[in-house]
Design a protein around this ligand. Structure first.
Ligand code: NAP
Length: 570
C-alpha cells in the first residue's frame, strides 16, 4: 500500500497515484501580486476522464498567463470556470510541462504508463461539431487553455490533461528545458506558419517584438528556420547579442524612440506629424539593418496598444501584422489609411492546434529550435518567478520550475543571466536654442502645479477617496518607501467598485487599483508635446520629475492646469 502523500523531491513508484499532492494554488481572495496570490497547499489528486491522462510533472514552464491568473485581471479564472459548472474554489495554474504518464483513461490509445511527454496547452471537447468535422479545433467554442482557463495545470505533482495534448519529450533536453518552451513555441509557430499565403517565405523580413522574451526568442528561431530574415526589437543593448545568436539579422532598441502608445488624433496635426516622423525613423532603422529599403512582410506582435500603430505603419504592402496578445493594453489604434490603401492584414492568432504543436516539437527535437531556458527555479521559488515576469525583470527566453525533477536536476548549473534593468518611460529632453521663435514655446514648468498629494500603497480605498474629496483633486500619487510607484485616480476608485461588493472593495488598497509607473515629464518639456503625450495615452495628467531625482515627482501637470493657462485673460 503506497503513501497518501509524497514529498516534492520523492516521486511515487511509476504508476502509483497517491490520494493527495502538493500544489501551488491561487484563490480569488488572494488575487494581487503573484508573490502573494500563489500559496503552497495540499489537495486531492484529480480523477481523470476517459479521454484524459494523469501526468506526474517533472518540470513546469512559466508563462505570462499565470501572471494574469494571479492578479485576477483581465479575468477571474475561478469565476469563469464556475460558469461552465466546475466547482473548485481555487486555480492550479501551469500551461507548460514535461513529465511521465502515470495513469491513462479508458479510451486513450496513444499513450501508456511510463511514457515521457511534453504537454501542449490546447484543450477542446472532442464532441464539439467543429472538432468532429476535422476543422481547426482552436476555432471551437470549447477551446480552452490548460492551466489557465482550465484547472489542474502543471504547478502541482500531478496534472490532468487530454491525451492529444501529450507529445514525445525531445531526449536531448533536460526535464527543465523540456517543460519550458511549448506554449510560446507552438504559439509562435502558428503565427508564422499558420496563416496561408502569409506564412513566412524565404527571404521575407520578419519583425519580432520582444526578441529576448519567451515568444520573441521562439519567433526569431522559427522565422530563421523557415528561411526568413528576422529583425528583433528589444529594450536594452545587452539583449542584442542574445537575439543575434538566435538568428536575428539585427536589433532595434525601442528606447531610442518615444512615439509609443495610442496614435495622436489625426486632427492634432503637430502631434501626428511628430508621431509619423518617429515611426518613419523606426522604419529606417529596419532598412539600416538590412542594408536596403525593404519593409517586414510579417510583423510578429504581442505588446499591442503601445506598438500596433508602428507595426501597421512599417509592415510591407500586402504584408501581415499577426498578434496574439496585448501585454501593454487592448485599445490598439490603427490609421486605417495605411491598412486599406496598402492592403495589409491585421491577424489575430491564439495558441495552436495539434499539428502545429507537433511541428514545433519536431523542430525542437531536430535541434533547429532551442527552448531558450534561461533560468530554472526550485519548487519553492514558483511565486517569485512569476513576480519577476510581472515586473519585466525576468531573465531572457523561458523559465522553468523543477517539480518531480528536483531530485535529479536541482544541482545542474544553469547559466543565470543578468536581470533586465527596470525601465520607465521618459520623453527625450527638448533643447531650445536661445531666442528661438517657436510659436508654442511654453514649457511644462510654466503651467504645472508645484507639490503633490500622496497616499501610501497600503492605504485602503475609503481613505484614498476621502483624501481626494477633501483636497478637491482627481488623483494622488501612490508611494512606497518614499518612492512614487503609481497614481490612483477617482476613475480607479469608481472602477474598483464595479462588479465588487462593498466589502470586497473595502478590502482593496491603493496598490491594488493604482496605475503603476505613472508617466512623467521634465519641467523643460514643451507644453505642446506634453499635451500630445497625454492625449495619445488617454490620460489627464503627467507627473513632473527633475532629471537629478527621477523617482520623486515635484509637481503635476493636468489638463485643468493647461486649461487655466489657456483661459487666463491676456
Ligand atoms: N495567445 C497566445 O497564444 C499567447 C501565447 C503566448 C504568450 N501570449 C502572451 O504574449 C505576451 C508575451 O508573452 P512572453 O511569454 O513572450 O512574455 P515575455 O517573456 O515577458 O516577453 C515579452 C517581451 O515584450 C517586450 N515588451 C515589454 N513591454 C513592452 C513594450 N511596452 N513595448 C514593446 N515591447 C515590450 C519585452 O521585451 P523588451 O523590453 O526587450 O522590448 C519582453 O521581453 C503575454 O501577454 C502572453 O500572455 C499569448
Amino acid at each position: 500500500m503506497g503513501k497518501r502523500l509524497y514529498d516534492i523531491d520523492n516521486p511515487p513508484p511509476l504508476g502509483e497515484v497517491p490520494e493527495q499532492m502538493h500544489a501551488w494554488l491561487i484563490r480569488p481572495e488572494r488575487f494581487g501580486e503573484p508573490v502573494h496570490s500563489f500559496k503552497q497547499e495540499v489537495v486531492d489528486v484529480p480523477e481523470i476522464r476517459d479521454d484524459e491522462v494523469l501526468v506526474y510533472v517533472m518540470a513546469a514552464g512559466v508563462n505570462y498567463n499565470n501572471v494574469w491568473a494571479a492578479t485576477g485581471v483581465p479575468q477571474d479564472v475561478v469565476a469563469a470556470r464556475r460558469k461552465v459548472g466546475e466547482t473548485e474554489p481555487f486555480h492550479i495554474g501551469g500551461s507548460d510541462a514535461s513529465g511521465v504518464v502515470y495513469k491513462v483513461g479508458a479510451k486513450v490509445s496513444n499513450l501508456v504508463v511510463g511514457d515521457e511527454v511534453v504537454i501542449h496547452c490546447g484543450t477542446w471537447s472532442a464532441d464539439c461539431p467543429i472538432a468532429r468535422s476535422g476543422a481547426d479545433p482552436t476555432y471551437s467554442p470549447t477551446f480552452r487553455t490548460w492551466g489557465y482557463e482550465t484547472n489542474w495545470g502543471s504547478f502541482a505533482q500531478f496534472t490532468r490533461v487530454q491525451a492529444h495534448q501529450c507529445l514525445p519529450r525531445p531526449r536531448h533536453l533536460s526535464w527543465a528545458s523540456s517543460g519550458s518552451y511549448m506554449l510560446v513555441g507552438a504559439s509562435a509557430y502558428r503565427m508564422l506558419a499558420g496563416w496561408g499565403r502569409h506564412a513566412v517565405r524565404p527571404n521575407d523580413v520578419v519583425l519580432c517584438w520582444g526578441g529576448a522574451g519567451g515568444l520573441g526568442s521562439m519567433a526569431i528561431q522559427i522565422a530563421s528556420a523557415m528561411g526568413g530574415v528576422p529583425i528583433a526589437v528589444v529594450s536594452s543593448d545587452d539583449k542584442v547579442e542574445y537575439c543575434e545568436r538566435l538568428g536575428a539579422k539585427g536589433c532595434i532598441n525601442r528606447k531610442r524612440f518615444g512615439h509609443w502608445g495610442i496614435l495622436p488624433h489625426w486632427k492634432d496635426q503637430a502631434g501626428y506629424a511628430k508621431w509619423r516622423a518617429e515611426a518613419r525613423a523606426f522604419g529606417e532603422a529596419i532598412w539600416e539593418i538590412l542594408g536596403e529599403r525593404r519593409n517586414p512582410r510579417i510583423v510578429f506582435e504581442h505588446p499591442g496598444e503601445s506598438t500596433i500603430p508602428t507595426s501597421i505603419y512599417v509592415c510591407q504592402r500586402g504584408g501581415m501584422v499577426v498578434i496574439c496578445a496585448g501585454t501593454t493594453g487592448y485599445n490598439a489604434t490603427v490609421d486605417l489609411r495605411y491598412l486599406w490603401t496598402r492592403q495589409k492584414r491585421l491577424q489575430g492568432s491564439h495558441f495552436a492546434n495539434d499539428d502545429q504543436a507537433r511541428a514545433l516539437n519536431e523542430l525542437v527535437a531536430a535541434k533547429r529550435v532551442d527552448p531558450c531556458t534561461s533560468e530554472v527555479f526550485s519548487w519553492d521559488d514558483l511565486a517569485q518567478a512569476h513576480q519577476l515576469m510581472r515586473e519585466n525583470r525576468h531573465p531572457y527566453g523561458n523559465m522553468a520550475i523543477l517539480v518531480g525533477a528536483h531530485a535529479v536536476e536541482a544541482s545542474v548549473p544553469v547559466e543565470a543571466r543578468d536581470s533586465v534593468p527596470e525601465v520607465t518611460y521618459r520623453q527625450p529632453r527638448l533643447e531650445l536654442t536661445p531666442g528661438e521663435t517657436h510659436p508654442h514655446r511654453t514649457l511644462v514648468s510654466e503651467a504645472m502645479h508645484e507639490g503633490l498629494i500622496t497616499c501610501s500603497v497600503d492605504a485602503k480605498l475609503a481613505e484614498v477617496a476621502r483624501l481626494l474629496l477633501d483636497n478637491r483633486i482627481h488623483a494622488a500619487v501612490v508611494t512606497k518607501d518614499d518612492t512614487a510607484i503609481g497614481v490612483v485616480s477617482q476613475t480607479d476608485l469608481v472602477l474598483a467598485r464595479q462588479g465588487r461588493s462593498r466589502q470586497q472593495a473595502a478590502a482593496l488598497t491603493a496598490g491594488d487599483v493604482m496605475t503603476p509607473d505613472p508617466l512623467t515629464c521634465e519641467p523643460d518639456m514643451l507644453l505642446t508635446d506634453a499635451v500630445t503625450l497625454m492625449a495619445r495615452q488617454g490620460i489627464h495628467r503627467l507627473f513632473v520629475t527633475r532629471p537629478e531625482n527621477p523617482n520623486v515627482p515635484v509637481g503635476v501637470l493636468s489638463f485643468t492646469d493647461i486649461l487655466k493657462r489657456i483661459a487666463r485673460p491676456t
